[in-house]
Design a protein around this ligand. Sequence first.
Ligand SMILES: [Zn+2]
Ligand SMILES: [Zn+2]
Ligand SMILES: [Zn+2]
Ligand SMILES: [Zn+2]
Length: 557
Amino acid sequence: MVAEAGDEWSLLLWTSLAVVVPVFITLWCSVQRSKRKTHMKEFFRKSKHGWHYTDLFNKPTYCCVCSQHILQGAFCDCCGVCADDECLRPADRSLPCKDIMAPAQADGGMEHRWVRGNVPLASYCVVCKQQCGSQPKLCDFRCVWCQRTVHGDCFGDVPDQCDFGEFRSLIIPPHYLYHVNKLRRRHPDEYSKLAESCGSSWTPVLVLANTRSGNNMGEVLLGEFRSLLNPVQVFDLSQLNPSKALQLCTLLPPGSVHVLVCGGDGTVGWVLDAIDTMKLKGQDQFIPRVTILPLGTGNDLSNTLGWGAGYAGEIPVEQVLRNVVDAEVVKMDRWKVQVASKGAYFRKPKVLSMNNYFSVGPDALMALNFHTHREKTPSFFSSRIINKAVYFLYGTKDCLVQECKDLDKRIELELDGERIALPSLEGIIVCNIGYWGGGCRLWEGMGDELDDGLLEVVGVYGSFHCAQIQVKLANPVRLGQAHTVRLVLKSSKMPMQVDGEPWAQGPCTITITHKTQALMLYHSSEQTDDDDSSDSETESNTPHDSPRPPGSASARA
Ligand SMILES: [Zn+2]
Ligand SMILES: [Zn+2]
Ligand SMILES: [Zn+2]
Ligand SMILES: [Zn+2]
């Protein structure tokens, strides 16, 4: 009996050990890992490199210190130096990063800054034109400024001077910033004089990326732009707001700067608001031109300006920069939406900026439903496809509810002070641009004149009509054009939205007036070699030259 009890006890002991030991080991490992992570974070923050830790390199990678193949380690997204765990500290100490600010040589030029090994796939030697980096070891060199690559064997025959390569017209050279910093008198004329050394067609670009839009795309783009440009001209909007980032414009020649906003329409609006603030601060002359790399989906403003509705890596970032160089400047109206709630005389009216459209009715309800459900279960909405499906479901559900019924009896519409008689409808859309509702063109030619100081006002019969417009089976009802739009909601709560930001609004007066004009860059569709004239007419639909459809002049009912 005693022996049996002893067996039971030892069995129990071994079983519990078998359970406890792995749990303990796992816990210990995760504690160690998180300890190392916070330790690394601190180290990365202090480093002059832009280190990123990874245990999955997307191509064979070799340590710049010990030349060994790396499975786990870090790379710098500015200069491209790679190091394994053991060599990370020596690498950080001994290898310099890209200098964001440095004096030029006596003759005004600059030497290449070579980094050894890990050259991009499919890169060719600048001397012998053969492929580089084809051997499985740390070999060959890449210049961090001009991106040229060269074999170790051909290294002696490379010309000394670095010309900053293909994107020299977009890069802020380290010597420019060095000399601006040394100026005794900071004046735009001095900047223009300094800029002469940067070439006649120098239009430096500032990249402002929102890492919160479009899944992980913003993070990836930041790294790619830091590696192609001067890291000082690339900003993470989750670290620094647009107003602060745009202050770099005041150190560059007036009228030369382009800003590339990587984010959704909301991010673009945020940057445009910051530019309007520059005007208020008397920095008019430094105002940049704005271009867009749309992240996320359904970006109507970006679509209107020819940059597409959403970027997910379809073209390499080099091509994105080429498109920025080729783009043309257009002016775009921005509008002020004032919402004065009924009865709240002592409260300040809500003021919003509008670039795209204002709407009241079924499409705003769709956006509002979607918005509230996304707030409740955010993880569910992280995928693009699910987003689209859910958006569609909420849209069609509304067909049954008819919440916006008889809008025409509850609302008054005034265009430039003139009361408009409304047909029986459920929604009103006030448009500045040609696209609406996440990629739908209301009709060809509409909203193509972005700087005419006019808003286009249309009505929809209901959510089913909305859906028909989305798939181009119907047109909205044109109500007219105006410089100033006033809407009075007399009773009940209605869903409303400005540029895709929805809310529920009680009785109120809404006034939409002109605010400012922004300078935007327009990307015309790619020119095809095909010389078909009817084709090219629709292809090159620039905001300025496209004819308006007949009857587009105010067709007031
Ligand atoms: Zn190493
Ligand atoms: Zn670096
Ligand atoms: Zn170079
Ligand atoms: Zn070579």
